[in-house]
Design a protein around this ligand. Structure first.
Ligand SMILES: Cc1cc2nc3c(=O)[nH]c(=O)nc-3n(C[C@H](O)[C@H](O)[C@H](O)COP(=O)(O)O)c2cc1C
Length: 231
C-alpha cells in the first residue's frame, strides 16, 4: 500500500511481500564484447580470479543441473576441481542420484553464482566419466578426512536413507579402524570424476535496472562463436 510520506512501510517478515520488495541494483560497470578474452576458458579464468579476489565464498561451487531420461530434474551444489579447454571436472559418488541421472542421460548444466560481484557463469553440455588416472591423481591430493568421508558414502551410498547421525558416526569409526596405519587411503569403488564438456558457456554481468549483459560462447564444430543474449 502507498504511504502519503512517500516512504514504504517495512513488510512483515517471511511474507511474499518481503520477498517481492527485495531488490539490489547491480552497479559494477558494463561488460562488452571488447572485454571478452579470446576463449571461454580464459574468460572463465579471469572471472574466477575476480571472484577469488572479491572473497566470494566457495568460488568453485557450481549448481549442477541433471535430468533423468524421464525428465525428472534435480540441482545441487558440487565443487569444480578442474577446468581446461575441454571443460569442467567435479568429483562425486557414481552411485549417487546425480550420477544415476548422468548415467541414463549424460548431459548437465553448471552455474557458478558469484553474487557479490553480480556475476554468473552458466555451462551446458554432455558429460563423461573422468579417466581413472586423473581421478586417482586428484584423490591423492585430498585430505585424509575427506577421503574417509568419500569412503563413508560408499559404505552408505550417497543419497541413500540413514536411520540416524549415529549410524554415520559408526561407519566413520569403523573406516578409521580399517585404514589405521595405512599411509594411503585407497580410492573407493564407485567414486570418481565427471567431465562436463560445454557446448555453450554464458557470462552474465548484472547491470542497473535489470538491463544485464549476457555474452555466450557457443561451439560450432571446433570453433566458438560469441553471441549476445537478451537479458
Ligand atoms: C558448497 C557445496 C559443495 C558440495 N560439493 C560436493 C561435491 O564436490 N561432490 C559431491 O558429491 N557432493 C557435493 N556436495 C553435496 C551435494 O550438494 C549433494 O548433497 C550430494 O552430492 C548428493 O546429491 P545427489 O543426491 O543429487 O546425488 C556439496 C554441497 C555443497 C553445499
Amino acid at each position: 500500500m502507498s504511504d502519503p510520506t512517500g516512504e514504504q512501510s517495512r513488510p512483515e517478515r517471511g511474507t511474499s511481500e518481503e520477498l517481492a520488495r527485495m531488490r539490489v541494483d547491480y552497479d559494477r560497470g558494463g561488460f562488452d564484447e571488447a572485454d571478452l578474452a579470446p576463449t571461454w576458458w580464459e574468460q572463465f579464468d579471469g572471472w574466477l580470479h575476480d571472484a577469488i579476489d572479491a572473497d566470494v565464498t566457495e568460488p568453485n561451487a557450481i549448481v549442477l543441473g541433471t535430468a533423468s531420461r524421464g525428465g525428472d530434474v534435480a540441482t545441487r551444489n558440487v565443487l569444480a576441481k578442474g577446468v581446461d579447454s575441454r571443460g569442467l571436472v567435479f568429483y562425486t559418488n557414481y552411485a549417487s542420484d546425480k550420477s544415476a541421472h548422468l548415467l541414463e542421460n549424460p548431459r548437465a548444466s553448471a552455474t557458478f553464482s558469484w553474487l557479490p560481484v553480480y556475476r554468473q557463469v552458466h555451462l551446458r553440455g554432455p558429460v563423461e566419466q573422468v579417466d581413472p588416472e586423473t581421478t586417482l591423481a586428484y584423490w591423492r591430493q585430498r585430505p585424509r578426512g575427506s577421503q574417509l568421508g568419500a569412503w563413508a558414502s560408499t559404505e552408505r551410498p550417497q543419497s541413500s536413507l540413514l536411520s540416524s547421525r549415529a549410524e554415520l558416526s559408526e561407519v566413520l569409526a569403523s573406516l578409521e579402524q580399517r585404514f589405521e596405519g595405512m599411509d594411503e587411503v585407497p580410492l573407493p569403488p564407485q567414486w570418481g570424476g565427471w567431465l562436463l564438456r560445454p557446448e555453450t558457456v554464458e557470462f552474465w554481468q548484472g547491470q542497473r535496472s535489470r538491463v544485464h549483459d549476457r555474452l555466450r560462447f557457443r561451439s560450432i564444430g571446433d570453433a566458438w562463436v560469441v553471441e549476445r543474449l537478451a537479458p
